[in-house]
Design a protein around this ligand. Structure first.
Ligand code: SAH
Ligand code: SF4
Ligand code: F3S
Length: 467
């Protein structure tokens, strides 16, 4: 089959990054190769996010930019198919179809295994296609084996959310919680490891709510899953994201004590440091509950550090509530964080609350909060100087003889190292720190999980991309 070009643009969370990879996998057998620009592509997929405002507008403006490309191709007698996938597709699929004639297909996050069929239908002249079902058959059963691209990979183990925080659209766009069976996850992980993957990031909207069916017929939690994944030859590092404080159980904490591959760095969104706001958000825990979890995780591993998500300017948030959030930041000393101005989302309970904050107030709080976080992040980088750690070398550096990798805490680490070490986990000692990265030197050690092949291509950036 003649090769065709596929361009995918992903917005939003890591789940979308993972889904984009799987959409590419699903189209590959039909002769579609991934390309890095939309111009000239036979199929363009916009993999959208609905989490904050202007999501739909962004999609419309991207669609507008595609129009000249589509017209230029038509002039040459070729056809560019345009698909909208992801959470905007799920939430506003019909409206998208109605408003943007350029869209040939709308496919929701639970239905993208049906893309080949949809493309075939459009090509046969069956008209525009919309599929935003939550099918009974999980899409994972229909997806081909994933490909490894570099030493770091995402693996989706859980999807959806039943928690209904009052600000959030995810329960509506991604549907109810679902966990993949353990055997499925292990099979995918083993394939990735065979392909040279050394670090696996387990993904889920609430990844630690994982409750997959085990080979023993019982329900396994994330701790148990991590223990078994860590046994797969080649798997040197395990991360997971995004976890919810409510779902941190004893076994997961124990796993952090016992499983060396689990990194001492956990993304544990708290959103606010005020009990009143946490209750209004329906987070299901208070500040003290969060504190206790942090303490127990630190007791399990003394090098444990945390990142978080924060929302400022939730309806009714007072200056005092906001100060409580800053106090919690000082106390936990989050080394990284994603922070957002509260954005009212249609159909969510918080959007209907009367006490919406003025934009200027939200902006001022966001600036103050981010300044505090940056200070802590820089102090943490400085505190790493002189420290030994393992670095997953995932890309060439700027100069010959240089490689760049990631520390267990996701800091980029630059060092002099032979290209043969690309794709491996190498022991280093940190020599200097800047505000965003570390520089280190290689040291002797036996922790290197050398892959038996050299990974020549540049790895995708690890789990940092967020909405
Ligand atoms: N399941 C995860 C978060 C998924 S959404 C959790 O419960 O922690 C990712 C982040 O987007 C959230 O943690 C929150 O900080 C932010 N977010 C979600 N809805 C938002 C909204 N309406 N306005 C601003 N930020 C929002
Ligand atoms: Fe959204 Fe809350 Fe579910 Fe996270 S736990 S996805 S914030 S509803
Ligand atoms: Fe966005 Fe959907 Fe992820 S709304 S953050 S792409 S789950």
């Amino acid at each position: 089959m003649a090769n065709r070009k596929l361009f995918i643009k992903s917005y939003g969370c890591q789940m979308n990054v993972y889904d984009a990879g799987r959409m590419a996998d699903v189209m590959a057998p039909l002769g579609y190769d991934l390309v890095s620009e939309a111009d000239g592509a036979d199929l363009v997929i916009l993999n959208t996010c609905h989490i904050r405002e202007k999501a739909a507008e962004k999609v419309f403006s991207d669609l507008g930019r595609l129009r000249p490309f589509k017209e230029a191709m038509a002039a040459e007698g070729r056809r560019m198919l345009v698909a909208v996938a992801g959470c905007v597709a799920q939430a506003e699929g019909a409206e998208l179809m109605a408003r943007a004639k350029i869209v040939d297909m709308v496919v929701g996050p639970q239905a993208y295994h049906r893309l080949p069929e949809m493309v075939a239908k459009v090509e046969r002249g069956a008209g525009r296609q919309l599929d935003t079902d939550f099918p009974i058959e999980p899409k994972f059963d229909f997806l081909p084996a994933p490909q490894a691209h570099g030493p770091s990979a995402f693996l989706s183990v859980q999807e959806g959310c039943d928690k209904f925080c009052t600000f959030c659209v995810v329960p509506y766009t991604r549907g109810a919680e679902y966990s993949r069976p353990v055997a499925d996850v292990l099979r995918e992980a083993a394939l990735l490891a065979e392909g040279g993957v050394r670090e696996i990031t387990l993904l889920g909207q609430n990844v630690n709510a994982y409750h997959g069916e085990g080979p023993d017929g019982r329900t396994w939690g994330l701790g148990r899953l991590a223990r078994v994944l860590a046994e797969i030859p080649g798997v040197a590092r395990l991360r997971y994201t995004t976890s919810h404080p409510r779902d941190v159980d004893d076994d997961l904490i124990a796993a952090h004590r016992e499983v060396a591959a689990l990194t001492p760095f956990i993304h544990l969104p708290v959103q606010s440091g005020s009990d009143r706001i946490l209750a209004a958000m329906n987070r299901g825990h208070d500040v003290d509950g969060y504190r206790r979890i942090i303490d127990r995780l630190r007791a399990a591993r003394d090098d444990m550090a945390f990142s978080s998500d924060f929302i400022v300017g939730f309806p009714g948030e007072s200056e005092r509530d906001f100060q409580a959030t800053l106090a919690l930041i000082d106390e936990v000393r989050f080394i990284q964080a994603y922070s957002f101005k509260y954005s009212p989302r249609p159909g969510t309970p918080a959007a209907a609350l009367a006490a919406q904050l003025p934009e200027a107030e939200k902006s001022a709080r966001l600036i103050a909060l981010q300044a505090r976080l940056v200070e802590i992040q820089q102090a943490f980088n400085q505190a790493c100087v002189g420290r030994p750690m393992d670095v997953l070398l995932d890309r060439p550096g700027r100069h010959a003889g240089q490689l760049v990798g990631r520390s267990p805490w996701m800091q980029p680490v630059h060092l002099e190292a032979p290209a043969t070490l690309l794709g491996t986990l190498a022991p280093v000692v940190v020599e200097t720190a800047t505000s965003n990265s570390l520089a280190a030197r290689l040291v002797e050690g036996n922790s290197s999980m050398s892959s038996d092949r050299v990974l020549a291509e540049e790895a995708p950036p690890p789990a940092r991309i967020r909405a």
